[in-house]
Ligand binder design. Structure first.
Ligand SMILES: Cc1cc2nc3c(=O)[nH]c(=O)nc-3n(C[C@H](O)[C@H](O)[C@H](O)COP(=O)(O)O)c2cc1C
Ligand SMILES: Nc1ncnc2c1ncn2[C@@H]1O[C@H](COP(=O)(O)OP(=O)(O)OP(=O)(O)O)[C@@H](O)[C@H]1O
Length: 308
């Protein structure tokens, strides 16, 4: 799959495209339905299969209050799209200037002229333009005079409720991580590089890999989680603490992972790890003594070994 950023769109030379259009943060099962439709239609009609996506989330730029943080990083997004089997990922930086562009100019100038879009695939509730007033039906009408087809995909629901990125973000921030995989259609994982912490973990007998996250992820509820770490395609049972280490009055939000089942002391500094939280175990606590913290971590580990 080839990635084109907006300043490279005019270099696109391949055949006409079938494009899935949207923000697609998280690439959940509803998104996958839209994207796979674009891919399958492309295969049937000798078109190139692609996604046209906005980064960062438009609400991050348009809203006065803080817009949403992300469910997956750009790197994770590219890996998933590659797996789906797309030919192209067209990545539009969503800026204030871009938001002022007339939607018809965007469709005609960028999607039709530069990216040779013969077909656009969107979800039924896709909206566009000023305050999202344009609907998927309006897009269909535009297609009639600009000469592209519009395919509209019905919403994918689970137990009657539409799958959406907003719903998944809420589960993450409430620590209800076990409910996420059926919506995402895969594991949810936070990825980053291992950086130096305060060096205290070794002293208390539970060394931790501190992650510098590779995206501005939605923050999981603070506390301790059982889960899995993937490092160089190998999976390890792990236990993680997301929070500020109140026992030691740290200021910054940290993601620290204690990896179980390691045969010897390993140095992960600089490595990329992905952590998948499987179950929220408990809230982060402020302990009166380091002994209290150590005893509690021991029982967290026993519990983790039991459930994983
Ligand atoms: C499983 C686990 C649970 C933890 N729970 C808490 C906690 O409840 N309160 C707290 O202040 N710190 C907690 N910590 C964080 C430790 O305080 C932290 O790992 C230690 O200070 C090492 O920090 P360092 O990686 O910066 O050296 C926990 C760490 C782990 C691995
Ligand atoms: N559950 C779903 N089923 C089918 N299509 C969907 C579903 N959710 C979103 N889509 C479509 O996928 C494209 C990208 O959607 P977008 O990223 O805006 O979705 P979202 O998950 O509702 O995000 P958010 O919750 O952040 O608004 C749009 O065309 C949208 O209509």
């Amino acid at each position: 799959m080839k990635v084109y950023k907006d300043d490279e769109f005019s270099e696109y030379q391949d055949k006409a495209t079938s494009l899935a259009l949207g923000t697609f943060d998280g690439l959940h099962r509803g998104h996958q339905k839209v994207i796979k439709k674009a891919r399958n239609n492309a295969r049937c009609s000798d078109l190139a299969a692609g996604i046209f996506s906005f980064v960062p989330h438009p609400r991050r730029v348009l809203n006065q209050e803080e817009g949403p943080r992300v469910i997956c990083s750009q790197r994770q997004k590219k890996e998933i799209l590659q797996e789906i089997g797309l030919d192209y990922y067209f990545c539009q930086e969503f800026t204030e200037e871009f938001s002022r562009m007339n939607f018809k100019d965007f469709i005609a100038g960028i999607l039709c002229d530069e990216l040779k879009s013969g077909q656009l695939v969107v979800g039924k509730d896709f909206t566009f333009g000023h305050r999202g007033e344009g609907t998927s039906q309006d897009l269909k009408k535009m297609g009639r005079y600009l000469d592209f087809e519009v395919k509209i995909v019905s919403p994918l629901r689970i137990k009657g409720k539409k799958i959406s990125s907003t719903r998944i973000r809420k589960l993450i921030s409430e620590g209800r991580v076990g409910k996420i995989p059926p919506l995402l259609g895969r594991k949810f994982a936070l990825a980053g590089r291992v950086v130096h912490g305060s060096g205290r973990g070794h002293e208390i007998g539970f060394p931790t890999a501190n992650l510098e996250l590779e995206a501005d992820y939605v923050r999981p509820k603070k506390g301790v989680y059982a889960g899995y770490v993937v490092h160089e395609e190998k999976e390890y049972r792990s236990i993680a603490n997301f929070g500020r280490n109140p026992t030691f009055s740290e200021e910054d939000f940290r993601v620290e992972i204690h990896i179980l089942d390691l045969k010897e002391d390993r140095d992960f500094y600089g490595s990329r790890l992905e952590f998948t939280p499987v179950e929220f175990i408990r809230e982060e606590q402020k302990f009166d003594s380091v002994e209290g913290l150590k005893e509690t971590i021991k029982s967290d580990i026993l519990y983790t070994k039991k459930i994983l």
